[in-house]
Design a protein around this ligand. Sequence first.
Ligand code: FE
Length: 290
Amino acid sequence: IKVNVVTAKAEELITKLKIEGKNTEADLLITSDVGNLWQAKEFGLLTPVGSEVLKQNVPAHFTDRDKEWFGLTKRARVIVYNKKKIDPKSIQSYMSLTESKFDDKILVRSSSNAYNQSLLASIIAHEGEKKGLEWAKGVVQNMARNPKGEDRDQIYGVAMDDGDIAIVNTYYLAAMLSSPNQKDRAVASSVGVVFPNQNSYGTHVNISGGGVLKWGKNNKNAIKLLEFLSSPAAQNIFAHSNFEYPINPVVKPDPVVTALGGFKEDQIELSKIGENNKKAVRIFNEAGWR
Ligand code: FE
């Protein structure tokens, strides 16, 4: 199959596809985070796919309820901390980050990023909007600096003492631990990791995923490619190259990822997190999380 690949920041790519509409050259959208996939669906860019192969390879809660997008890999949003200063027992839930003892200690990226939006959307889905606002306000209160950089920069920030606690996706940590760059490895191994909410509904898990574009000209091939990407052969390539967790339960994660620790995943249907995205964005604004 011949494919044209266009890469861009998720938000820009989805907007571009919306503007192009019927004139698009693209057949398949692949992007990170259910927040972005949800947005593509909201814009009417995707078409439902009734594939038995995808049904078998991708667990139902990582599949859009209308079968317009499918998870291809998954990641957990975890807490990393300075091992010399923080007792991991004190940061066992996302909500614990709002405690006043962590004033001036938390590093986290901007709320314009889908990863934080989806984390807050999951808190809203489980605990309601009031708790969601409480969480966002509490984290803002405890920030060590205004949000800047991406997740990797927060891990570096903990190592450099800019703050003691950060919220990051697992694959950044695993990629740094496996990096050819000695400094990356030293920084990543200097921090501890906590999988939050093990005593409640589990750690927030999100996906990278894909959907077939409604105006694409090669729908059949796009479906075949999605099916291949969810197959054990492709899932093994994903696992050892991007350090995410395979979506297909028959494939094992990379050993570096496994070494981060086993954990209970939040089992919520990701469609519900997409649904709460707008509420999350509104609450972040209200809380003053830049
Ligand atoms: Fe990322």
